[in-house]
Each structure stands twice: as structure tokens, then as C-alpha cells.
Design a protein around this ligand. Structure first.
Ligand SMILES: Nc1nc2c(c(=O)[nH]1)N[C@H]1C(S)=C(S)[C@@H](COP(=O)(O)O)O[C@H]1N2
Ligand SMILES: [Mo]
Length: 395
């Protein structure tokens, strides 16, 4: 049908055809859906914790409502310490300086002219699931594990920019700085910077969302969220790390002997069951598919095991394709619920052989001390309790 025919068809449609917004279809101009919206009945949303200091921010992804491995951009978790800056992309530039043969400045348009790559990676806040360590777990998967999300990121490899600038032989670190009010800064070893770090300008096929770092952010595959500097404006080549506030006062791990571990870049292997999970109710005994997400900052997920009896017996879950390097990985397992009480657990193993530990195992190594921003890098096994009536609660 040509366009005129299509419009005529719409005009001829019965008056009872209404849009998802309850308006008469005929009253809608073509432009009304120029940028699409989800169905009105779909209400899933990010959760904003009230305990966060005003002016800073965090919102959590409703992981329990997601399918597959990609997080819709509108539901990607947010974590920032100084608000979301309003940046004019046409005037924004990234400066590369320090131990380089020449200082360079790239506008966003310059970046878009360079060879591009698209990669699917998760970003996880170092503090994600940290409350589990304390024994004060979140009641829902969103509250306990919602500081992880996964997007397709498009941009330029940082190595491309560094090669353009020419790195001095004595340079060992790249200090990345954001354009937000707090000038969030992290130092990245040159070796990592030259391997797989992305200077990203797009997320899931469109420009990065303001909360995710518009117009440009670093994506540092597998490394703790705060190294993925948003609103990137400066890269300085140096012989030593900058020891910025964000890597000295914050984001170090206080160990049992009172010393702080620094730097703990890689996110450890982790998994969480999302259906069923806390706050949900099983509709009735019989078949249910257990569905969850697993990930590792060290590579691909090799296997996920699930238990319905609190860890007495384990079964291999199916890994849904694709299974990608440092991406969320969807796992599923068939389950017959007999209508009684059950304890659901999942544990992931990555391709390096690292297996997700029990909470006791984490505490044996890390103790109960926590730093100024809580307990970072907690990756213990998460349990959900199915009650005889079908209600699912946290343990
Ligand atoms: N410039 C800047 N970058 C930042 C932050 C920030 O406050 N400012 N927060 C970091 C933290 S703590 C995390 S967990 C990730 C979160 O990325 P997201 O908000 O896109 O999910 O961004 C990191 N990058
Ligand atoms: Mo974070």
C-alpha cells in the first residue's frame, strides 16, 4: 500500500479504534509517535533509593522485569555523585594531554568520523548488592542487584585516540575526568586503556542518554562502574595514578585488618535469579521457568547452577545465546513447583574458573568492615524463599 492509500485506510478505520493513549486514532498526527513509547499498561520503572544524599543520585534497574540481556536505555541504572550535567554536545570536546607527543582535542563530531566499534557490555556499580554482605538484603532483585545494566555501546576505541596523540614511553596511566560538577576522576592502567576501553557516544543505537554520560563516556569492560567516567572531558597520560578522591577516599575496599585494598578494578563473577524473585507470587503449582542473569568482569560466563533446595542439590541452567564477553548472560532452568516451601539459589562460574562464593566465604576473606561508600565488590550467592502460598521473599 502506498502512503496515500495507507492514510486513506486509517481515515476509513472505525471510530472505535483508539491509540494506547485512549485518543482517537484519526486525531493523531504522524508526528505523535516520532519517538515511540511503550504500552501504557507497562509500568516497570527505575527505583530511586531515598537514603542517597540529596544532590547525588542512584536509581536501580528493574532487572526482574527484563528479558534477554539488553537493558532498555530508559531503565539503565544511574549512579552519579554530582548530578547530571546539561552539556551542549556541539561545544563539548575531549582533551588528551600530559605524556603525549602532542596534545589533542576531539569534538564529538571528530569522534564520529573515526573508525567505530559496537560492543555489548554490562556496567555494574562496585556497591551493587553490598547490603547482602551486611545481612540487610534488598526485598526485591531491583533493590538488591539493580545497580547493574547492559547496553550495546558504540564509539571509538581509546587506543585509537591515544595512538593519534602518541604516548610517551614512560607513560603508565591514563587519568580520565568527567565534566560534572565534582570532576569525577579515575586512573586507568595504560595496558587496559590500549586493549578494549571505549570512548562511547551511543547506547543501544542512539546517542547516550544524559544520565549515562551524554555526549561521551568511557566504557571500561568488566571494571567497576565508577571507572566508566561519564561526560568525559579530559584524558591525561601520566607515570602514576592521580589518587583522585574517587579512587583514594572512595572505592577502596576496607579489609579485616583495617588496611584498604586498592585498586579492585574487575567485577567478580555474580548471578541472581529474577523470576521468581522477592516481591513476586507464583500463580500456582506446576511448571515454572527459573530465569536470571549472570555476569563476570573477567570474561564470559561458563556455567550457572541453580538449586531449589537451599544448596543441597544443584542443576545446570541453560545459558541463552548469545553468551558474550563481559556482558550480562541470561540463564534459564525448568522447575516443577510442588506448592511447598523452596529455597532458590544460583551460582555462576566464569571462563577463568572463578565461582561465585557463598556469603560466608566472602566474609571469611573480606570480614565485616566497610568503607565510606559501603561494602564494595560483594558477589555472594543470592537466595530467594518461596513460601507455601507462592509468595517469594528475600532471605
Ligand atoms: N563523571 C562521572 N562519571 C561517573 C560517575 C560520576 O558521578 N561522575 N559515577 C560513576 C559510578 S559510581 C558508576 S556506578 C557509573 C554508573 O554508570 P551509569 O549511571 O551509566 O549506570 O558511572 C560512573 N561514572
Ligand atoms: Mo558506582
Amino acid at each position: 500500500m502506498n502512503r496515500r492509500g495507507l492514510l486513506a485506510g486509517i481515515l476509513a478505520a472505525p471510530a472505535s479504534v483508539t491509540s494506547a493513549h485512549g485518543q482517537d486514532e484519526r486525531a493523531l498526527g504522524e508526528g505523535r509517535r516520532a519517538y515511540g513509547e511503550r504500552a501504557v499498561a507497562v509500568r516497570s520503572q527505575r527505583y530511586f533509593a531515598s537514603s542517597i544524599t540529596p544532590g547525588t543520585g542512584a536509581s536501580r534497574t528493574p532487572l526482574q522485569d527484563t528479558h534477554g540481556i539488553i537493558t532498555p536505555s530508559a531503565l539503565h541504572f544511574e549512579r552519579h555523585h554530582s548530578g547530571v550535567p546539561d552539556i551542549d554536545a556541539d561545544r563539548h570536546a575531549i582533551m588528551i594531554h600530559g605524556l603525549t607527543h602532542r596534545a589533542l582535542s576531539f569534538s564529538v563530531a571528530d569522534l564520529r568520523r573515526l573508525p567505530s566499534v559496537s560492543r555489548i557490555h554490562f556496567i555494574e556499580c562496585a556497591g551493587n548488592s553490598g547490603r547482602e554482605h551486611k545481612g540487610n538484603p534488598g526485598e526485591t532483585a531491583q533493590k538488591s542487584h539493580g545497580l547493574v545494566s547492559c547496553s550495546e555501546w558504540t564509539g571509538v576505541l581509546l587506543s585509537t585516540l591515544l595512538t593519534e596523540a602518541g604516548v610517551h614511553s614512560e607513560a603508565r596511566w591514563v587519568v580520565a575526568e568527567g565534566a560534572d560538577a565534582g570532576r569525577h576522576s579515575r586512573s586507568i592502567p595504560l595496558e587496559k586503556a590500549m586493549t578494549d576501553v571505549l570512548v562511547a557516544y551511543a547506547q543501544n543505537g542512539e546517542p547516550i542518554r544524559p544520565e549515562q554520560g551524554y555526549p561521551v563516556r568511557l566504557v571500561v569492560p568488566g571494571w567497576e562502574g565508577n571507572v566508566n567516567v561519564k561526560w568525559l572531558q579530559r584524558l591525561q597520560l601520566a607515570t602514576t595514578p592521580a589518587m583522585s578522591r574517587d579512587e583514594a577516599a572512595s572505592y577502596t575496599d576496607l579489609m579485616p585488618d583495617g588496611r584498604a585494598r586498592q585498586f579492585s578494578f574487575e567485577m567478580d563473577v555474580k548471578s541472581v535469579i529474577l523470576r521468581p524473585s522477592g516481591g513476586q507470587r507464583l500463580s500456582g503449582p506446576g511448571f515454572h521457568e527459573i530465569s536470571g542473569l549472570a555476569w563476570s568482569g573477567r570474561g564470559k560466563v561458563a556455567k550457572v547452577e541453580v538449586s531449589a533446595d537451599g544448596g543441597l542439590s544443584w542443576r545446570l541452567a541453560t545459558l541463552q545465546q548469545p553468551v558474550l564477553d563481559r556482558s550480562l548472560t541470561r540463564f534459564t532452568a525448568p522447575w516443577q513447583w510442588d506448592g511447598g516451601g523452596a529455597h532458590l539459589l544460583s551460582r555462576a562460574t566464569d571462563e577463568t574458573g572463578d565461582r561465585q562464593p557463598a556469603r560466608d566465604e566472602v566474609i571469611a576473606v573480606r570480614g565485616m568492615n566497610e568503607g565510606p561508600d559501603g561494602f564494595n565488590h560483594y558477589n555472594g550467592i543470592k537466595a530467594w524463599h518461596v513460601l507455601p502460598g507462592g509468595e517469594v521473599s528475600h532471605v
